[in-house]
Design a protein around this ligand. Structure first.
Ligand code: PEP
Length: 264
C-alpha cells in the first residue's frame, strides 16, 4: 500500500517569523505520527532556518523550484548544489504558476527533473490542464502528453523516484474543486502511462497526489479514492489549524484502507 503524502506549497507567502511559528506548530503536531508523510515547501530564503528547525522531525522540507545547472551566469536562479547545502530533500517542478507566469516549457521541466534526480532530490512533478482544455474534453490527452514529455529519457528506476501531482489549473487557488471522481480518473490514467514507460510494479509504487483548492472541508471527497495518494496543498497549508486537519484526513484514510485490506 502506498503511504499517503501531504505536501504544503507555501508559494510566495509569510514572513520569516510567521514561517517559524507555523513549522514549530507542525513539528509539535507531527510528534509520534508516522502514518502519513508530510512536507513543507517554503520560499528559498526561509529554507535554511526552517530545515534547522525540522532536522530532528518527521517533516520533510522542499523547494518550490530549481534551475537545472549547477552554477554559472544565471541571474536570479537557484542551483541544486545550493539546495543540497540547505538540507532540502525535495523540489516542486513544473508547477502551473511556473509554466504560466514564467513560461516554463515541458522541455524545461524535463531538464529540471533529470537534474533533480542526478542530485538525489525527490522531484514533485506537477501536471494539469487549464479550463478550456477541460471544457473541450481534452484534459486526459493534455496531461498524458505533459507526463510523457516530463519523463522523457528517464530510466524505470528514475521514474520510481518521482512524486507526481495532478493539479488542474482551473482549481488552483480558485476555490473551484475538481471532483474526487474526475481527479481519480486522470490519476488512474497517469498511473497507466507510468506503467507503459516503466512496469506495473513501479506504477503501483509511484505516489500521485491531487492538488487544487484542497481544504479540510473538501479533502475527504478526494482522499477516499484509491488512486489518490495525498495532496499538494497551497493556500490551506499556510493555516496550521486547517493543514493539520488535512493531514489527519489522509492518516484516517490510511487506517480505513488497512482495515479494508486486512479485515479483522
Ligand atoms: C498549489 O499551489 O499547488 C495549489 C494546489 O494551490 P491551492 O491549494 O491554493 O489551490
Amino acid at each position: 500500500m502506498r503511504k499517503k503524502f501531504i505536501i504544503g506549497n507555501w508559494k510566495m507567502n509569510l514572513t520569516l517569523g510567521e514561517a517559524q511559528d507555523l513549522v514549530f506548530k507542525l513539528k509539535n503536531f507531527m510528534k509520534g505520527k508516522n502514518s502519513t508523510d508530510v512536507a513543507v515547501c517554503p520560499p528559498y530564503t526561509y529554507l535554511l532556518t526552517l530545515s534547522n528547525i525540522l532536522k530532528d522531525s518527521n517533516i520533510l522540507i522542499g523547494a518550490q523550484n530549481m534551475f537545472h545547472k549547477e552554477e554559472g551566469a544565471f541571474t536570479g536562479e537557484i542551483s541544486p548544489v545550493m539546495l543540497k547545502d540547505l538540507n532540502v530533500i525535495m523540489v516542486i517542478l513544473g508547477h502551473s504558476e511556473r509554466r504560466q507566469i514564467f513560461h516554463e516549457t515541458d522541455q524545461d521541466v524535463n531538464l529540471k527533473i533529470k537534474c533533480a534526480l542526478k542530485f538525489g532530490f525527490m522531484p514533485v512533478f506537477c501536471v494539469g490542464e487549464d479550463f478550456n482544455t477541460r471544457e473541450k474534453g481534452k484534459a486526459e490527452d493534455w496531461v498524458k502528453n505533459q507526463i510523457l514529455e516530463g519523463i522523457k529519457d528517464l530510466k524505470a528506476e528514475e521514474i520510481e523516484k518521482l512524486i507526481i501531482a495532478y493539479e488542474p489549473i482551473w482549481a488552483i487557488g480558485t476555490g473551484k474543486i475538481c471532483s474526487g471522481e474526475d481527479a481519480n480518473k486522470i490519476i488512474k490514467m497517469i498511473r497507466e502511462t507510468i506503467k507503459l514507460k516503466s512496469n506495473d510494479s513501479i506504477a503501483q509504487k509511484v505516489r500521485i497526489l491531487y492538488g487544487g483548492s484542497i481544504k479540510a472541508s473538501n479533502f475527504q471527497e478526494h482522499i477516499k479514492y484509491p488512486d489518490i495518494d495525498g495532496g499538494l496543498v497551497g493556500g490551506t497549508s499556510l493555516i496550521f489549524e486547517e493543514f493539520s486537519k488535512v493531514i489527519d484526513l489522509a492518516s484516517a484514510s490510511n487506517v480505513h484502507a488497512l482495515h479494508q485490506s486486512h479485515p479483522v
